[in-house]
Ligand binder design. Structure first.
Ligand SMILES: Nc1ncnc2c1ncn2[C@@H]1O[C@H](COP(=O)(O)OP(=O)(O)O)[C@@H](O)[C@H]1O
Ligand SMILES: [Mg+2]
Length: 365
């Protein structure tokens, strides 16, 4: 089978605070898959409750062409189930042909390895990182640990749990990091639950916000930084594209700067960097990708210290924002690969992983 006429299933929505972001990202992907590839498309929306519903393709294409996000029709007869060892089926049991799933789901139950495990159990190839890459990529602490192990620099940080009294944590911050710090939930995204803390009084409420989202919380030195993002594409031998820069107009790149305030941030691709720095960041980004076992695509976010010029890895996003104006597709496009071609490449990379997996004898003993 060639990879030019496959049954591709777009998955979007999902059980995460980034549900809305997914509806917008998926609209861009659906439109480009339809306009630029010869694949037979199926669209499945996942409700906030986690139920899967097959959508009317034409209705969703109409949304995209109007520049609107996708929607999810949750009529009962649209329910779809995942069958271990078999694939996708409608509620009445009729199979839904799927050669490859294209997940455009951000955050929990989409980007964190759980969906990837479900698809593995159903023998369905999918775009992007596998179980390990997805779950480590979603886990800021484990990503940092793997990067440190590979001699890749990260910002000085501490971790804390609900049991630690704020007073004790405050003393550790004073001795190990110094204020200001960033307090962030370990596994979240879109800046949800993140605060910049300049003094002790602000610590307790910041911890409350973070613990609302995760039971493991990171505290990082808040450094004066430029925020650099790099698109990485590939499997075992990934390539990086020239980095872009996010210049937030808010105190930091918070949820509103990302999504609600149209003037919240300037996205520059490619970033205005000396060639050598750009090369260095591209190299670091590929190593960061490989260190967490990412596959297909990821956006690797790093910081450049404004005074010392040091480069630190911040985080990796294995399913980055994907509207045509999002950073990932923009950086790839400014690096010479059009959006439609990018989507086809991602599908080809997914099928290559499937081919590799098919060489493994799981019953060998
Ligand atoms: N250590 C830090 N120093 C300076 N700014 C930071 C630091 N950590 C986070 N930020 C700011 O907070 C934003 C969100 O943090 P990030 O770790 O990227 O979380 P998310 O996964 O929610 O995007 C960053 O884009 C940046 O603006
Ligand atoms: Mg971020």
């Amino acid at each position: 089978m060639t990879n030019n006429n496959l049954s591709v299933t777009l998955l979007y929505g999902g059980r995460s605070p980034e549900h809305e972001v997914s509806l917008s990202s998926a609209a861009g992907v659906l439109r480009a898959l339809n306009d630029n590839t010869g694949h037979t498309l199926t669209v499945i929306g996942i409700s906030r409750e986690g139920h899967w519903f097959i959508q009317d393709l034409e209705a969703q294409l109409h949304h995209c062409r109007e520049g609107l996000p996708l929607s999810i029709d949750t009529t009962a007869e649209r329910r779809v189930v995942v069958i271990p060892g078999a694939g996708l089926a409608r509620r009445n049991g009729s199979a839904l042909a799927t050669d490859c799933v294209f997940p455009v789901l951000h955050g929990s139950y989409g980007e964190d390895g759980t969906l990837q495990g479900l698809l593995e159990m159903a023998f369905i190839p999918y775009v992007g990182s596998g179980v390990v890459g997805s779950s480590v990529g979603m886990d800021k602490l484990r990503s940092k640990q793997l990067w440190q192990q590979n001699d890749l620099a990260v910002v000085p940080y501490l971790t804390t749990t609900r049991d630690e009294p704020a007073g004790g944590l405050h003393r550790r911050i004073q001795t190990e990091l110094g204020y200001p710090v960033f307090v962030k939930p370990n596994a979240a995204g879109s800046s949800i639950g993140i605060s910049r803390v300049a003094r002790e009084e602000e610590l307790e409420p910041a911890l409350q916000r973070a613990f609302h989202v995760d039971s493991c919380v990171l505290v990082e030195a808040a450094l004066p930084v430029r925020e650099i993002e790099t698109a990485v594409l590939g499997n075992e031998t990934p390539r990086a594209f020239p980095p872009g820069e996010v210049i937030p107009t808010h105190e930091f790149y918070d949820y509103d700067a990302k999504y609600t305030d149209p003037d919240g941030a300037q996205l520059v691709a490619p970033a205005d960097l000396p060639a050598q720095t750009a090369e260095q960041i591209m190299e670091i980004s590929c190593r960061a990708f490989t260190a967490v076992a990412a596959a297909g695509l990821a956006r690797v976010d790093s910081f450049i210290h404004r005074e010392t010029g040091e480069v630190f890895l911040n985080e990796i996003n294995t399913i980055p924002g994907f509207t045509p104006i999002s950073m990932y597709p923009r950086m790839v496009q400014s690096g010479g690969v059009p959006y439609g071609e990018l989507l086809q490449t991602l599908i080809t990379l997914a099928m290559a992983r499937r081919d590799e997996q098919s060489r493994i004898d799981y019953l060998a003993r």
